[in-house]
Design a protein around this ligand. Structure first.
Ligand SMILES: [Zn+2]
Length: 377
Protein backbone atom coordinates (compact mmCIF):
# COMPACT_ATOMS: atom_id res chain seq x y z
CA UNK A 1 0.00 0.00 0.00
CA UNK A 2 2.95 2.29 0.60
CA UNK A 3 3.74 2.32 -3.13
CA UNK A 4 0.11 3.09 -4.04
CA UNK A 5 0.03 6.00 -1.59
CA UNK A 6 3.36 7.25 -2.86
CA UNK A 7 2.14 7.30 -6.50
CA UNK A 8 -1.21 8.79 -5.43
CA UNK A 9 0.52 11.60 -3.53
CA UNK A 10 2.44 12.55 -6.67
CA UNK A 11 -0.67 12.38 -8.88
CA UNK A 12 -2.69 14.57 -6.48
CA UNK A 13 0.06 17.21 -6.52
CA UNK A 14 -0.59 17.84 -10.25
CA UNK A 15 -3.33 20.48 -10.49
CA UNK A 16 -4.78 18.70 -13.51
CA UNK A 17 -8.06 20.59 -13.59
CA UNK A 18 -9.98 19.52 -16.67
CA UNK A 19 -8.91 19.62 -19.50
CA UNK A 20 -5.30 20.15 -18.34
CA UNK A 21 -2.86 17.60 -16.97
CA UNK A 22 -0.08 17.13 -19.50
CA UNK A 23 2.47 17.04 -16.66
CA UNK A 24 0.49 14.29 -14.92
CA UNK A 25 0.30 12.29 -18.17
CA UNK A 26 4.08 12.74 -18.60
CA UNK A 27 4.57 11.43 -15.06
CA UNK A 28 2.50 8.31 -15.80
CA UNK A 29 4.26 7.78 -19.15
CA UNK A 30 7.63 8.04 -17.41
CA UNK A 31 6.50 5.51 -14.77
CA UNK A 32 5.36 3.09 -17.49
CA UNK A 33 8.42 3.58 -19.67
CA UNK A 34 10.59 2.47 -16.75
CA UNK A 35 8.52 -0.74 -16.71
CA UNK A 36 9.21 -1.28 -20.41
CA UNK A 37 6.01 0.19 -21.91
CA UNK A 38 5.96 1.91 -25.29
CA UNK A 39 4.16 5.21 -24.81
CA UNK A 40 2.23 7.11 -27.43
CA UNK A 41 1.27 10.61 -26.30
CA UNK A 42 -1.10 12.43 -28.59
CA UNK A 43 -2.74 15.84 -28.23
CA UNK A 44 -6.00 16.89 -29.86
CA UNK A 45 -8.00 20.11 -29.77
CA UNK A 46 -7.46 23.77 -30.65
CA UNK A 47 -4.22 25.65 -29.95
CA UNK A 48 -3.89 26.65 -26.33
CA UNK A 49 -6.60 24.17 -25.25
CA UNK A 50 -4.89 20.96 -26.25
CA UNK A 51 -6.00 17.78 -24.54
CA UNK A 52 -3.29 15.21 -23.81
CA UNK A 53 -3.93 11.50 -24.27
CA UNK A 54 -1.73 8.51 -23.58
CA UNK A 55 -1.81 4.99 -25.00
CA UNK A 56 0.92 2.81 -23.49
CA UNK A 57 1.49 -0.85 -24.33
CA UNK A 58 3.66 -3.66 -23.06
CA UNK A 59 3.62 -6.75 -25.28
CA UNK A 60 2.69 -7.56 -28.86
CA UNK A 61 0.21 -10.39 -28.48
CA UNK A 62 -3.44 -10.88 -27.68
CA UNK A 63 -5.19 -10.64 -25.32
CA UNK A 64 -4.67 -6.93 -24.78
CA UNK A 65 -5.97 -6.01 -21.32
CA UNK A 66 -6.31 -2.26 -20.97
CA UNK A 67 -6.60 -0.01 -17.91
CA UNK A 68 -8.42 3.15 -18.92
CA UNK A 69 -9.17 6.38 -17.15
CA UNK A 70 -8.79 10.12 -16.81
CA UNK A 71 -6.15 12.10 -15.00
CA UNK A 72 -8.12 15.35 -15.08
CA UNK A 73 -10.15 16.42 -12.06
CA UNK A 74 -12.98 18.83 -11.32
CA UNK A 75 -11.92 22.11 -9.65
CA UNK A 76 -11.65 21.98 -5.85
CA UNK A 77 -14.17 24.82 -5.35
CA UNK A 78 -13.44 27.16 -2.44
CA UNK A 79 -10.17 25.74 -1.10
CA UNK A 80 -10.81 27.39 2.28
CA UNK A 81 -13.71 25.00 2.80
CA UNK A 82 -11.31 22.03 2.63
CA UNK A 83 -9.84 20.82 5.88
CA UNK A 84 -6.48 20.44 4.09
CA UNK A 85 -4.87 21.54 0.82
CA UNK A 86 -6.75 19.64 -1.94
CA UNK A 87 -3.49 19.23 -3.88
CA UNK A 88 -1.46 17.85 -1.02
CA UNK A 89 -2.37 14.33 -0.05
CA UNK A 90 -3.25 14.02 3.65
CA UNK A 91 -3.51 10.73 5.49
CA UNK A 92 -5.66 10.81 8.62
CA UNK A 93 -6.16 7.48 10.37
CA UNK A 94 -7.36 5.18 7.59
CA UNK A 95 -8.49 7.97 5.26
CA UNK A 96 -6.65 9.66 2.39
CA UNK A 97 -7.75 13.19 1.42
CA UNK A 98 -7.12 15.14 -1.80
CA UNK A 99 -8.85 16.18 -5.01
CA UNK A 100 -9.05 13.14 -7.26
CA UNK A 101 -8.50 10.46 -4.61
CA UNK A 102 -11.79 8.84 -5.65
CA UNK A 103 -12.34 10.23 -9.15
CA UNK A 104 -10.00 8.80 -10.24
CA UNK A 105 -6.35 9.22 -9.37
CA UNK A 106 -6.72 6.61 -6.62
CA UNK A 107 -7.71 4.00 -9.19
CA UNK A 108 -4.86 5.05 -11.51
CA UNK A 109 -2.34 4.71 -8.66
CA UNK A 110 -3.76 1.23 -7.88
CA UNK A 111 -3.44 -0.06 -11.45
CA UNK A 112 0.03 1.45 -12.00
CA UNK A 113 1.39 -0.24 -8.88
CA UNK A 114 -0.55 -3.47 -9.60
CA UNK A 115 1.14 -3.68 -13.01
CA UNK A 116 4.55 -2.87 -11.54
CA UNK A 117 4.20 -5.61 -8.89
CA UNK A 118 2.73 -8.10 -11.39
CA UNK A 119 5.74 -7.64 -13.71
CA UNK A 120 8.18 -8.43 -10.90
CA UNK A 121 6.68 -11.93 -10.63
CA UNK A 122 5.53 -12.42 -14.22
CA UNK A 123 8.20 -11.14 -16.59
CA UNK A 124 7.10 -13.60 -19.29
CA UNK A 125 3.38 -13.06 -19.04
CA UNK A 126 1.02 -13.79 -21.92
CA UNK A 127 -0.67 -11.09 -23.92
CA UNK A 128 -0.37 -7.33 -23.68
CA UNK A 129 -0.99 -4.84 -20.89
CA UNK A 130 -2.04 -1.36 -21.92
CA UNK A 131 -3.05 1.99 -20.44
CA UNK A 132 -5.37 4.49 -22.07
CA UNK A 133 -5.58 7.84 -20.28
CA UNK A 134 -6.89 11.30 -21.05
CA UNK A 135 -7.07 14.79 -19.54
CA UNK A 136 -10.55 15.47 -20.91
CA UNK A 137 -13.22 13.43 -19.20
CA UNK A 138 -14.57 15.82 -16.59
CA UNK A 139 -15.11 18.51 -19.25
CA UNK A 140 -16.97 17.99 -22.48
CA UNK A 141 -14.83 15.02 -23.55
CA UNK A 142 -14.55 16.15 -27.16
CA UNK A 143 -10.80 15.76 -27.54
CA UNK A 144 -10.17 12.98 -25.06
CA UNK A 145 -10.68 9.24 -25.45
CA UNK A 146 -13.32 9.82 -28.13
CA UNK A 147 -10.56 10.99 -30.52
CA UNK A 148 -7.79 8.84 -29.05
CA UNK A 149 -9.75 5.60 -29.52
CA UNK A 150 -10.30 6.46 -33.18
CA UNK A 151 -6.59 7.30 -33.53
CA UNK A 152 -5.37 3.98 -32.07
CA UNK A 153 -8.10 1.73 -33.44
CA UNK A 154 -5.87 -0.05 -35.98
CA UNK A 155 -2.87 -0.54 -33.70
CA UNK A 156 -2.26 -4.26 -33.10
CA UNK A 157 -2.91 -6.01 -30.82
CA UNK A 158 -6.28 -4.34 -30.48
CA UNK A 159 -7.72 -3.90 -26.99
CA UNK A 160 -9.69 -7.00 -26.00
CA UNK A 161 -10.93 -5.99 -22.60
CA UNK A 162 -10.90 -2.67 -20.81
CA UNK A 163 -11.14 -1.92 -17.09
CA UNK A 164 -12.17 1.69 -16.45
CA UNK A 165 -11.46 2.81 -12.88
CA UNK A 166 -14.34 5.26 -12.48
CA UNK A 167 -15.87 5.34 -8.99
CA UNK A 168 -18.63 2.71 -9.00
CA UNK A 169 -18.73 1.48 -5.39
CA UNK A 170 -22.00 2.11 -3.54
CA UNK A 171 -21.14 0.78 -0.07
CA UNK A 172 -18.26 -1.69 -0.21
CA UNK A 173 -15.61 -2.08 -2.91
CA UNK A 174 -16.81 -5.07 -4.92
CA UNK A 175 -20.52 -4.35 -4.72
CA UNK A 176 -20.95 -2.83 -8.20
CA UNK A 177 -19.68 -3.19 -11.76
CA UNK A 178 -21.04 -0.96 -14.50
CA UNK A 179 -21.50 -2.22 -18.04
CA UNK A 180 -23.53 0.62 -19.51
CA UNK A 181 -24.95 4.02 -18.81
CA UNK A 182 -28.21 5.84 -19.28
CA UNK A 183 -28.35 8.55 -21.93
CA UNK A 184 -28.55 12.25 -21.12
CA UNK A 185 -30.69 14.88 -22.82
CA UNK A 186 -30.98 18.58 -21.89
CA UNK A 187 -34.13 20.61 -22.51
CA UNK A 188 -34.73 24.37 -22.65
CA UNK A 189 -38.37 25.36 -22.36
CA UNK A 190 -39.78 28.88 -22.73
CA UNK A 191 -43.46 29.56 -22.11
CA UNK A 192 -44.81 32.92 -23.22
CA UNK A 193 -47.75 34.69 -21.60
CA UNK A 194 -48.90 38.32 -21.72
CA UNK A 195 -47.02 40.88 -19.67
CA UNK A 196 -49.02 43.09 -17.31
CA UNK A 197 -49.41 44.69 -13.88
CA UNK A 198 -49.71 42.28 -10.97
CA UNK A 199 -52.69 44.37 -9.73
CA UNK A 200 -54.62 43.65 -12.96
CA UNK A 201 -54.01 39.94 -13.59
CA UNK A 202 -57.22 39.68 -15.61
CA UNK A 203 -55.53 41.85 -18.26
CA UNK A 204 -52.44 39.64 -18.48
CA UNK A 205 -51.50 35.96 -18.85
CA UNK A 206 -48.98 34.93 -16.22
CA UNK A 207 -46.64 32.28 -17.70
CA UNK A 208 -45.19 31.46 -14.25
CA UNK A 209 -48.03 29.19 -12.96
CA UNK A 210 -48.26 27.63 -16.43
CA UNK A 211 -44.58 26.66 -16.29
CA UNK A 212 -45.02 25.34 -12.75
CA UNK A 213 -47.98 23.18 -13.80
CA UNK A 214 -46.23 21.95 -16.96
CA UNK A 215 -43.10 21.01 -14.99
CA UNK A 216 -45.24 19.24 -12.38
CA UNK A 217 -46.89 17.36 -15.24
CA UNK A 218 -43.47 16.37 -16.55
CA UNK A 219 -42.21 15.24 -13.13
CA UNK A 220 -45.30 13.07 -12.73
CA UNK A 221 -44.87 11.48 -16.16
CA UNK A 222 -43.59 7.88 -16.06
CA UNK A 223 -41.45 7.63 -19.17
CA UNK A 224 -40.87 3.92 -18.56
CA UNK A 225 -40.41 1.49 -15.70
CA UNK A 226 -36.76 0.62 -16.31
CA UNK A 227 -35.41 -2.66 -17.69
CA UNK A 228 -33.11 -5.51 -16.66
CA UNK A 229 -29.95 -3.43 -16.32
CA UNK A 230 -31.43 0.08 -16.29
CA UNK A 231 -33.17 1.99 -13.53
CA UNK A 232 -36.09 3.95 -14.96
CA UNK A 233 -35.65 7.20 -16.87
CA UNK A 234 -35.65 10.26 -14.65
CA UNK A 235 -36.34 13.94 -15.21
CA UNK A 236 -34.73 16.63 -13.04
CA UNK A 237 -35.54 20.34 -13.23
CA UNK A 238 -32.37 22.40 -12.94
CA UNK A 239 -33.54 25.99 -13.42
CA UNK A 240 -36.66 28.22 -13.64
CA UNK A 241 -36.04 31.82 -14.72
CA UNK A 242 -38.54 34.66 -15.02
CA UNK A 243 -35.81 37.24 -15.59
CA UNK A 244 -37.95 39.67 -13.71
CA UNK A 245 -36.10 42.27 -11.61
CA UNK A 246 -39.29 43.88 -10.24
CA UNK A 247 -42.18 42.59 -8.14
CA UNK A 248 -45.15 44.29 -9.74
CA UNK A 249 -44.89 42.97 -13.29
CA UNK A 250 -46.30 39.73 -14.59
CA UNK A 251 -43.44 38.52 -16.82
CA UNK A 252 -43.72 38.18 -20.58
CA UNK A 253 -42.16 34.73 -20.57
CA UNK A 254 -40.56 32.18 -18.27
CA UNK A 255 -37.80 29.72 -19.12
CA UNK A 256 -36.97 26.41 -17.51
CA UNK A 257 -34.15 23.93 -17.94
CA UNK A 258 -34.37 20.22 -17.22
CA UNK A 259 -32.45 17.06 -17.94
CA UNK A 260 -33.65 13.52 -18.54
CA UNK A 261 -31.41 10.52 -17.90
CA UNK A 262 -33.01 7.97 -20.19
CA UNK A 263 -32.82 4.30 -21.01
CA UNK A 264 -32.53 2.43 -24.29
CA UNK A 265 -36.31 2.21 -24.76
CA UNK A 266 -36.29 5.76 -26.16
CA UNK A 267 -34.64 7.76 -28.90
CA UNK A 268 -33.96 11.46 -28.19
CA UNK A 269 -36.62 12.53 -30.71
CA UNK A 270 -39.29 10.18 -29.25
CA UNK A 271 -38.53 11.52 -25.81
CA UNK A 272 -38.71 15.14 -27.01
CA UNK A 273 -42.10 14.38 -28.62
CA UNK A 274 -43.39 12.93 -25.31
CA UNK A 275 -42.15 15.99 -23.42
CA UNK A 276 -43.77 18.33 -25.97
CA UNK A 277 -47.04 16.42 -25.67
CA UNK A 278 -47.12 16.93 -21.89
CA UNK A 279 -46.30 20.65 -22.18
CA UNK A 280 -48.95 21.18 -24.85
CA UNK A 281 -51.60 20.20 -22.29
CA UNK A 282 -50.72 23.36 -20.33
CA UNK A 283 -49.67 25.88 -22.97
CA UNK A 284 -49.96 26.46 -26.68
CA UNK A 285 -47.39 29.25 -26.71
CA UNK A 286 -44.13 27.58 -25.90
CA UNK A 287 -40.73 26.86 -27.41
CA UNK A 288 -38.87 23.65 -26.62
CA UNK A 289 -35.25 22.98 -27.58
CA UNK A 290 -33.24 19.91 -26.72
CA UNK A 291 -29.75 18.49 -27.13
CA UNK A 292 -28.73 14.93 -26.43
CA UNK A 293 -25.21 14.74 -24.96
CA UNK A 294 -25.03 10.95 -24.77
CA UNK A 295 -27.09 8.00 -25.90
CA UNK A 296 -27.82 5.13 -23.53
CA UNK A 297 -25.85 1.94 -23.99
CA UNK A 298 -25.59 -1.42 -22.34
CA UNK A 299 -23.21 -4.19 -23.31
CA UNK A 300 -24.10 -7.82 -23.55
CA UNK A 301 -23.27 -9.65 -20.30
CA UNK A 302 -20.49 -11.61 -22.01
CA UNK A 303 -18.26 -14.46 -20.79
CA UNK A 304 -15.44 -11.96 -20.29
CA UNK A 305 -17.56 -9.63 -18.16
CA UNK A 306 -18.76 -12.61 -16.15
CA UNK A 307 -15.13 -13.62 -15.66
CA UNK A 308 -14.30 -10.16 -14.33
CA UNK A 309 -17.32 -10.34 -11.99
CA UNK A 310 -15.93 -13.67 -10.71
CA UNK A 311 -12.53 -12.06 -10.08
CA UNK A 312 -14.28 -9.33 -8.06
CA UNK A 313 -16.23 -11.96 -6.12
CA UNK A 314 -13.11 -14.05 -5.41
CA UNK A 315 -11.12 -10.99 -4.31
CA UNK A 316 -13.74 -9.00 -2.39
CA UNK A 317 -16.00 -11.77 -1.14
CA UNK A 318 -19.14 -10.11 -2.46
CA UNK A 319 -21.04 -10.82 -5.65
CA UNK A 320 -21.05 -7.54 -7.59
CA UNK A 321 -24.32 -6.11 -8.91
CA UNK A 322 -24.24 -5.31 -12.61
CA UNK A 323 -25.48 -1.76 -13.09
CA UNK A 324 -25.76 1.15 -15.50
CA UNK A 325 -26.68 4.02 -13.16
CA UNK A 326 -24.83 7.26 -12.50
CA UNK A 327 -23.53 9.99 -14.79
CA UNK A 328 -21.83 9.57 -18.11
CA UNK A 329 -18.24 8.35 -18.44
CA UNK A 330 -15.75 7.54 -21.18
CA UNK A 331 -17.24 4.03 -21.32
CA UNK A 332 -19.75 5.66 -23.70
CA UNK A 333 -16.87 5.90 -26.23
CA UNK A 334 -14.84 2.81 -25.25
CA UNK A 335 -17.72 0.31 -25.67
CA UNK A 336 -17.83 1.12 -29.38
CA UNK A 337 -14.34 -0.40 -29.79
CA UNK A 338 -14.05 -3.06 -27.09
CA UNK A 339 -15.72 -4.52 -24.01
CA UNK A 340 -15.42 -2.32 -20.96
CA UNK A 341 -16.27 -2.74 -17.31
CA UNK A 342 -16.21 0.15 -14.87
CA UNK A 343 -14.92 -0.68 -11.44
CA UNK A 344 -13.50 1.74 -8.88
CA UNK A 345 -13.84 3.48 -5.52
CA UNK A 346 -16.83 4.95 -3.68
CA UNK A 347 -18.94 7.14 -5.95
CA UNK A 348 -20.51 9.11 -3.05
CA UNK A 349 -17.35 11.07 -2.44
CA UNK A 350 -16.49 12.09 -6.00
CA UNK A 351 -16.36 15.83 -6.81
CA UNK A 352 -16.97 16.82 -3.16
CA UNK A 353 -15.13 19.13 -0.82
CA UNK A 354 -12.77 17.00 1.31
CA UNK A 355 -12.83 14.22 -1.32
CA UNK A 356 -11.30 11.16 0.32
CA UNK A 357 -11.08 7.40 0.28
CA UNK A 358 -10.36 4.67 2.80
CA UNK A 359 -6.92 3.10 2.60
CA UNK A 360 -8.55 -0.34 2.88
CA UNK A 361 -10.65 0.49 -0.22
CA UNK A 362 -7.47 1.32 -2.16
CA UNK A 363 -6.06 -2.01 -0.99
CA UNK A 364 -9.14 -3.92 -2.20
CA UNK A 365 -9.12 -2.10 -5.54
CA UNK A 366 -5.42 -2.83 -5.94
CA UNK A 367 -6.12 -6.52 -5.19
CA UNK A 368 -8.83 -6.69 -7.88
CA UNK A 369 -6.60 -5.05 -10.49
CA UNK A 370 -3.70 -7.33 -9.57
CA UNK A 371 -5.90 -10.47 -9.72
CA UNK A 372 -7.26 -9.32 -13.09
CA UNK A 373 -3.73 -9.32 -14.49
CA UNK A 374 -3.03 -12.76 -13.05
CA UNK A 375 -6.29 -14.28 -14.30
CA UNK A 376 -6.80 -12.50 -17.61
CA UNK A 377 -3.24 -12.83 -18.95
ZN1 LIG B 1 -14.33 10.20 -13.23
Amino acid sequence: MKSVLNVLEQLIAFKSITPTGKDAIDFVADYLQKLGFECLIKTFGPNGQEVTNLYATLGHEAPNICFAGHIDIVPPGDEKLWQSDPFQMQVKDDLVFGRGTVDMKGAIACCLVAVSEFLKENKNHNGTISFLLTTDEEGDGTHGLKEMLEYIKDIEPKIDFCILGEPTTEHEVGDTIKIGRRGSINFDLTITGKQGHVAYPEKAINPMPIVISALKGLIETEFDSGSEFFQKSNLEITSIEGQNPVRNVIPFSVSAKFNIRFIDKHTPSDLAAKVAHVISQYSDDYELKYSCTSLPFVQEYSKEIERFADIVYDTCGIRPKIKTNGGTSDARFIHKYTQVVEFGLNCDLAHKIDEHTKICDLQTLYNVYYSSLVKLL
